[in-house]
Design a protein around this ligand. Structure first.
Ligand code: NAD
Length: 379
């Protein structure tokens, strides 16, 4: 019943936290930029591209850590990497502090001032330009549909041909946040019939605007939590959802799941029975794979076939953006550079710790852990 299509796909990180465009942006604000040799090679940026943009290319990470007072990184640093940083380094990186307590402790010990880009307060409109999570989720939603159509051996759009009528593919998107909405839009653009479900009723309008049909369950429970995110739902609600998905899975050709709850494992929404009820040749893309997956049969980091249904276990923030490394790096690097450039006027770097994006993403400051942070109540 199982066939490995890409087994053990622990994909390497292909993104880079600076691009020639972001180097120019930083230099225009008065920063001197050094780049590790080969850092951009997997994202189609050569060392010469960085040199032409005005950066100095240093031979290895050690040399960069030694020279730089401010460090940009994509993935959370390893404890060893923190050990190699200069005391008092200012670090901008993904950190996921809730999942990486030991790392936060190490940053504190080393007196690092650390801005976790994943902790950026996202609902503040000024912070949208620094919102790495949205940039990556947008890519992941688009890419989920591209990956699904690649593994789905049929047309996406319907066709009338002389030989007969071909129905459009039916796509179900579970979770209509940034990634889900991007997936709905892309599937619609490719001619699919799209349905979507979310526990936050406010997503209904966005789903319809993106071209999807909003599905409902017959239980009155609002899943809106704090900061625009979802809260954990009652067992009764999840059961009703799963019943809805049982019917939908039997009809749909492609299912894309994106349901996440901050700081918690992803809710399990599709059981083995749901997958057993799907048509042969269907595809399930589980973007929640990183935090346990929404689908019981997902194998994180792997693409494989179970019971004639292809499972794509490539995650939202980890794998999908690395499948479009040049553009993912472009957006990631722009978010980072814009955030740094927001700190102080030209030629004068100054951290205003009362500024909301700055304070919200600051998790460690010179020997003190400053996370988690609760934003002040509106006056
Ligand atoms: P996310 O990745 O945390 O979750 C994805 C989606 O899964 C969410 O829409 C959530 O409601 C949904 N979900 C959770 N449990 C579910 C379940 N059991 N069944 C079905 N769906 C479930 O979310 P995100 O994409 O990071 O976005 C979260 C929020 O942040 C959204 O409200 C988004 O609009 C908001 N946001 C706002 C801004 C801004 O205002 N500038 C920027 C970015 C994001």
């Amino acid at each position: 019943k199982e066939t490995a299509l890409q087994s053990g796909t622990k994909e390497i990180e292909k993104r880079v936290s600076a691009t020639p465009a972001s180097v120019k942006m930083l230099q225009a604000e008065g920063f001197r930029v050094v780049v590790q040799a080969g850092a951009g090679v997997n994202a189609e940026f050569s060392d010469d591209d960085f040199r032409e943009a005005g950066a100095e290319v240093l031979p290895d990470a050690k040399a960069v850590m030694h020279q730089a007072t401010i460090i940009f990184k994509v993935r959370p640093p390893s404890e060893k990497e923190v050990g190699a940083m200069r005391k008092d380094t200012i670090l901008f990186s993904m950190v996921y502090p809730a999942q990486n307590e030991k790392l936060v402790e190490k940053l504190k010990e080393k007196n690092i001032t650390c801005f976790a880009m994943d902790q950026m307060p996202r609902t503040l409109s000024r912070a949208q330009a620094y919102d790495v999570l949205s940039s990556m989720a947008n890519i992941a939603g688009y890419r989920a549909v591209v990956e699904a159509s690649h593994h789905f051996g049929r047309f996406c759009a319907g066709q009338f041909t002389a030989a007969g009528k071909v129905d459009p593919a039916k796509v179900l998107v579970i979770g209509a946040g940034v990634a889900g909405l991007a997936a709905i839009q892309q599937a619609k653009n490719m001619g699919c019939v799209v349905r979507a479900f979310d526990v936050r009723p406010t997503t209904r309008e966005q789903v319809v605007a993106a071209g999807g049909e909003f599905l409902e369950v017959n239980i009155n429970e609002d899943g809106s939590g704090t900061g625009g995110y979802a809260k954990e739902m009652s067992k009764e609600f999840i059961d009703a959802e799963m019943e809805l998905f049982r019917q939908q899975c039997a009809e749909c050709d492609i299912v894309i799941t994106t349901a996440l709850i901050p700081g918690k494992p992803a809710p399990k929404l599709l059981k083995k029975e749901h997958i057993d009820g799907m048509k042969a040749g269907s595809v399930v893309v589980d973007l929640a794979a990183e935090t346990g997956g929404n689908v019981e049969t997902t194998r994180p980091g792997e693409i494989y076939e179970y019971n004639k249904v292809t499972h794509v276990g490539l995650s939202l923030y980890e794998h999908m953006p690395s499948r479009m490394p040049a553009q993912a790096s472009f957006l990631f690097a722009n978010n980072m550079a814009k955030f740094l450039c927001s700190m102080g006027p030209k030629n004068f770097f100054f951290i205003d710790y009362d500024d909301v994006p700055t304070r919200g993403s600051l998790i460690c400051r010179q020997g003190t852990v400053t996370w988690p942070w609760t934003p002040p109540a509106p006056a």
